[in-house]
Design a protein around this ligand. Structure first.
Ligand SMILES: Nc1ncnc2c1ncn2[C@@H]1O[C@H](COP(=O)(O)OP(=O)(O)O)[C@@H](O)[C@H]1O
Ligand SMILES: [Mg+2]
Length: 622
């Protein structure tokens, strides 16, 4: 796996999708009215930042009047410097009060500040509320599209894909996209308006000082920009590393039996920690880049304030003015910082969005034709005509295979492991399309039917047993979602599963672990059979359906399947003689070809391959 030479490996480049951020924003635009509200409240909150500065200055003037500001001591004119007529004319005269009661007026004036902040907080809250609402909608849609697209991919896709990556994309990366998508919009509204309104207030108060301050400001941005550029990729790498971590976790938990059987806990731990450390390294780089900006900017700002003090002394600025101007600059800083960090966040978001959209855009290699028809009842022959198939190019698995399965008959597929038996069933269920040749059902190519209607006609007991983390009842009902409890129990009875289910303390309500770990292999197989029985489809595929059963229960299940199979087309991949002897025709497979077919008595006589299998496998139980 090369996990030990990972350090030396060249980092894979992150290829971003074109226009990925615009596409993300297009997920937000359907919610125009809410977005409008969010923008309106965001703007109001932003504007209040500037307005606050005007009020602040006058509060200072009233509370701490400097020389030449005697006027201020008699009137509170919160928007004196604001060049908007009606606001400017607001002037509250100081009531005539006894000196010991003057503090009441001062308190009232001071209270305008918390009042304004409260108002700004309210607007901010409403802004956030609407953005969150949109965020939820976007996240839901992204997850839905991502999951739906993944689950519609054919089996071939899942053979290659890493489950951990798929889960990471659907759960985590969609979240990152939605957050970033809405936060970007929010940030692009709030911060510039806050900055502009505060700037406006500053210029109205003392344009020269403000101008001076803002020649220094770019100096603050410069080092930040330089550093940010250098480590821009770190944010994106973090996404990729956490994906890898997810894969390791998923594999460790999924393959826990293998891990334990080989006592590889500490090996898995090493792998996990290697990934974990790498992830944290990248996170560290990213955070370092983000965090270095704060002390840098602060240092430059302190120089600015020192120079400003000299200017204030020279121009005999009032304390209220000087204090307000500097507070305004400081109030602007978080907004400027947020804006300057935006592109780091956008970079990260672009990586996550690229992943998510790649999943959403993936066209399944097997899909229904636009004019696909519904298969009503599979009552005609199932036919393979000159079918060629390979999982990997260059290694053909089936060579020019032709077979006909008549309706209502029983077939047994035999052959050594790897001869292509399971592959035939997979092709007939259209898990894969053949490379050349045709598969026909009721005289039509199965590609002409919808996949769902084709598979509706087939009951399948797979070689790989799987059960959901759910009750036994729900697991059987998966075969027929609308079956009643009685029908479920009837199916379990036919599969001889009721014998062990009744012994379980919770009976049909017993929860199965992921992959059905809490019951034995033979019991799991009986549940799979019950599920197929409940499905009651006219065609039945049994892929070594009885391999995990002991001889005793096999006889019972055999008997159940016989009842079930009456009038159905059955193709059974069999390891046991009993299954084979019951079939109308035995098909002997060898290296992806049909070696011979016929009834048992003939094949033992004339087919050496069958004879070999019979001697090795079947005869033992006979
Ligand atoms: N998902 C897959 N990807 C690549 N090769 C596969 C895959 N599944 C099966 N094969 C190969 O195809 C051949 C036939 O497999 P299969 O149909 O499962 O055989 P059988 O069921 O007769 O044991 C084997 O050589 C196997 O290695
Ligand atoms: Mg097989």
């Amino acid at each position: 796996m090369g996990i030990f030479n990972r350090k030396k490996r060249k980092e894979p480049e992150i290829e971003l999708m074109d226009g990925v951020l615009q596409r993300l924003v297009s997920y937000v635009t359907p919610y125009r009215s809410r977005l409008g509200m969010a923008i309106a409240f965001g703007m109001l909150a932003g504007l209040l930042n500037g307005l606050f500065m005007f009020v602040l200055k006058d509060v200072f003037s009233v509370v701490l009047p400097s020389a030449g500001e005697e006027d201020a001591a008699t009137h509170f004119t919160p928007f004196a410097d604001l060049p908007i007529g009606f606001l400017q004319s607001i002037s509250i005269p100081k009531p005539v009060l006894e000196p010991e009661k003057e503090w009441i007026f001062i308190l009232a004036v001071c209270m305008t500040m918390p009042a304004m902040l409260l108002l700004r907080g309210l607007f901010n809250y409403l802004h956030q509320y609407f953005m969150l609402w949109i965020n939820n909608k976007v996240l839901f849609r992204l997850r839905d599209e991502c999951f739906t697209s993944i689950i519609r991919q054919p089996i071939a896709f899942f053979n290659e894909a890493k489950q951990g990556e798929l889960m990471h994309a659907t759960a985590t990366q969609t979240r990152a996209c939605a957050d970033a998508g809405t936060q970007m919009i929010s940030a692009w509204i709030k911060h510039p308006i806050a900055i502009i309104s505060i700037l406006f207030a500053c210029f109205a108060m003392d344009w020269l000082y403000t101008l001076g301050a803002f020649t220094i400001f770019p100096l603050c941005i410069l080092p930040v920009a330089l550093i940010a550029k250098k480590v821009k990729r770190a944010g994106g790498r973090e996404e990729i590393e956490s994906e890898a971590l997810m894969v390791t976790m998923q594999e460790s938990f999924d393959g826990i039996r293998l891990v334990k059987a080989h006592a590889r806990e500490s090996y898995q731990r090493t792998r996990f920690n290697r990934g974990s450390r790498q992830l944290l390294d990248w996170l560290m780089r990213w955070r370092k880049a983000m965090e270095i900006s704060t002390p840098l900017v602060e240092a430059v700002a302190a120089i600015g304030i020192s120079l400003g003090l000299v200017y204030a002394w020279k121009t005999e600025m009032t304390a209220a003015e000087f204090g307000t101007l500097n507070l305004a600059m400081i109030a602007m800083y978080p907004h400027a910082k947020a804006l300057s960090r935006m592109h780091l966040q956008m970079q990260r978001c672009a990586v996550a969005a690229t992943r998510v959209f790649t999943h959403i855009d993936r066209k399944p290699s097997i899909c229904d034709l636009p004019d696909a028809r519904e298969l009503e009842v599979a009552n005609g022959p199932f036919e393979l005509r000159n079918v060629k198939f390979a999982y990997e190019p260059e290694t053909p698995v089936l060579h020019d295979l032709s077979l006909t399965f008549e309706p209502g008959k029983k077939y047994a597929l035999v052959g050594q492991s790897g001869s292509g038996k399971s592959t035939i069933l997979s092709l007939m269920m259209r898990f894969y399309d053949p490379e050349s040749g045709q598969i026909l059902l009721n005289g039509r190519d199965i590609r002409e039917y919808t996949q769902a209607s084709l598979r509706d006609q087939i009951g399948f007991v797979s070689q790989e047993i799987f059960h959901f983390h759910d009750t036994i009842r729900a697991n059987i009902r998966y075969g027929q979602l609308f079956a009643s409890d009685e029908e479920v129990e009837e199916a379990a009875k036919l599969a001889h599963a009721d014998e062990f289910i009744d012994k379980l303390p919770d009976g049909y309500s017993t929860m199965l672990g992921d992959k059905g770990r809490t019951i034995s292999g033979g019991q799991q197989q009986r549940l799979s059979i019950a599920r197929a029985i409940l499905r009651d489809a006219p065609i039945l595929f049994l892929d070594e359906a009885m391999s995990a059963l002991d001889t005793e229960s096999e006889k019972k299940v055999q008997d159940a399947i016989e009842k079930l199979a009456a009038g159905k087309t059955v193709i059974a991949i069999a390891h046991r003689l009993s299954t084979i002897l019951d079939s109308d025709e035995i098909i002997v497979m060898k290296n992806g070809r049909v070696e011979d077919k016929g009834p048992h008595t003939e094949l033992v006589e004339r087919c050496p391959e069958y004879k070999r299998l019979y001697e090795l496998q079947f005869k033992v139980e006979a």
